[in-house]
Design a protein around this ligand. Sequence first.
Ligand code: C5P
Length: 234
Amino acid sequence: MGKDVIIALDFESKERTMQFLDRFAGQEKLPFVKIGMELYYAEGPDIVRELKARGHRIFLDLKLHDIPNTVKKAMAVLSRLDVDMLNLHAAGTKAMMEAALEGVTRPDGSRPLVIAVTQLTSTSQERMENDLLIREPIDQVVLHYAKCAADAGLDGIVCSPLEAGKVHQVCGQNFVTVTPGVRFADGEIGDQVRVTTPEKAKEIGSDYIVVGRPVTQAADPVAAYQRCLAEFVG
Ligand code: C5P
């Protein structure tokens, strides 16, 4: 699995996004970027087309979760955007994940990577027990969801870098781990709780790190991105 750094474009408009990305113009390697709900809902599919046309690889982070037929049809539409990575909630069940794969696969058999969200990192053990009535330890739940995603034929999951090694042990080395919660050793943590450095994420076995504020809020975002690449990819 080719390791890479994905920059989370957590901006509210195309204007802000382009201002940020313009700094990378002329760089030898254009960053792999993540478009989440905020930017996608603000600007629609055109923002994806535009960034694709500029030459970025794209992770479209829309976290689909609905009945299998609806997800299958939504995935078929998203497949036309020709992004590199898409995701959905494993909580939608294996039937939903299988339907998603059917929907996203093009007539020639090609498709983007499809990865699952397990338990959100904002869900604590207590909330999971009280609100969702799931009584198992949360790390077991995450691994179980990862196994369900692998059984359904998905390519990988989003997880904490601290869990990436275990996920690979259980689901195989080729099962992709995409890990947010990355901070430089000398940087601000912000609202993330379980964080690790790009270097450590590499050591534990993450395949892709998703980095937002350490790059987007840096005084020199290009230098911060290069530092991530140097520490994570080497
Ligand atoms: O700014 P920061 O580096 O914390 O951004 C991390 C990105 O990864 C954000 O877009 C956030 O929504 C996303 N993310 C996360 N934890 C998850 C799933 C996604 O931080 N479990």
